[in-house]
Design a protein around this ligand. Sequence first.
Ligand code: TRP
Length: 452
Amino acid sequence: MPESRCLQGIWSSPWIFIFAASGSAVGLGNIWKFPYLIGENGGGAFLVIYCACLLLVGLPILMAEVALGRTVRSNPIDTINDLSERRVISSFWVVVPWIAGLAGFLILTFYSVIAGWSIAYFERAVSGKLVGITQVQATGMFNHLLASPGEMLLWHSIFMALVVLTVGQSVTRGLAALVRILLPVLIVVMVLLAGYSLKTGDAADAIHFLFRWSWQDVSFDVVLAAVGHALFSLSIGMGAMFAYGAYMSKRMSIARACSAVVTVDLVVSLLACLVIFPLAFAFHINLDSGPSLAFVSLPIIFGNLPAGQLVGGFFFLLLVIAALTSSISMLELFVAWLHEKFYIARFKAALLLGGAAWFIGIAVLLSFNHWDVKVLFDLNLFELLDKLTSLIMLPVGAILLSVLVAWFIPKTMLQNEMITRQTSHFRLWYNTLKYISIPALVVITLAGWIGV
Ligand code: TRP
């Protein structure tokens, strides 16, 4: 399809794709989750395996998703429908984008609640409520937040309103304008924070922990955690990158753009570790304290630093910004589809979907207090949605989308899309996808399911 016929427009500059896709990739996963995963999985060993997963599984699948999106210049649902109507692929594939889109939607329902916690801590930090806080007080503060559905609802609602307002704009305008400013700010502030942390904290121990290698730390569980997080962190498996690829200018090399996204994602994750670890070592805070690391330990750190009010405020603001640019990509697939298929205004579509996600989010936030009931498999609603999406829907979505690209989409179609002058580069990507990325992901996912 010629570029001018694309309903939603194209990123005004080829660079915007990199910003938007990085904005999707960089999120709570990088700043909140990655440091505690490294902490739990033994530091350097996890880092090395994670980098291998990014390179061998993440990057090739990311390129596959983006290439497919750009080939058809449409949303994933219509794209697959169209290909199946033209009998390029069988009608079985029609369900794939629905699984993918549903995964994004479901992730948003709880992602918004956690992003809401970040707004809550931003408020606590700037208003000085963290000053001089002790470990007991910080734990109490976090538990108090979890036990206050009214407060969580307020922050969750504010966050979802921001998401709807942004996705409601044309994505090539609203989102582009936002990420162009936000992403560089995010990186600059994180570099400053890392510098601050390395200077005031225990830099030597932190660096040693982050880059040490020990064979004892390598286990199958570590590999599983690393590959799962690589998918989550790069926003692969739910068609978000597919949708962004549809707005990508033909002038941009997919390989180069995707490599840039992977690099930015890794750099932000590393920066997050450099912010957290030196201070955590200096304050003797357990690195393997899991998901509470950000919301219990960091307030203690910030509360006891001279400029903690400012530093803490910045840090939680970063979390909110990163979560916002990620959440936008979770709604984009369905918003684009409703807009292109039924000509529903983007804002209305965003309101409809964001409203539905907000509503389910209320049940999610209640599952931390009044409604902490085991819904299924001994999990409450929050745990269920988290596990269902990250352990089942995302890997399945990623496997199916990349199998579709590697085995069913005609090779010539992809070759045209990759427009790389060196056919050896194309072959390298294609063969890596077919013979390394997909088999590795299948084996690791199945092994995870049967609990090896
Ligand atoms: N990548 C984001 C993060 O690291 C989360 C995210 C955004 C995501 N879009 C996604 C995860 C799509 C999986 C699929 O926080």
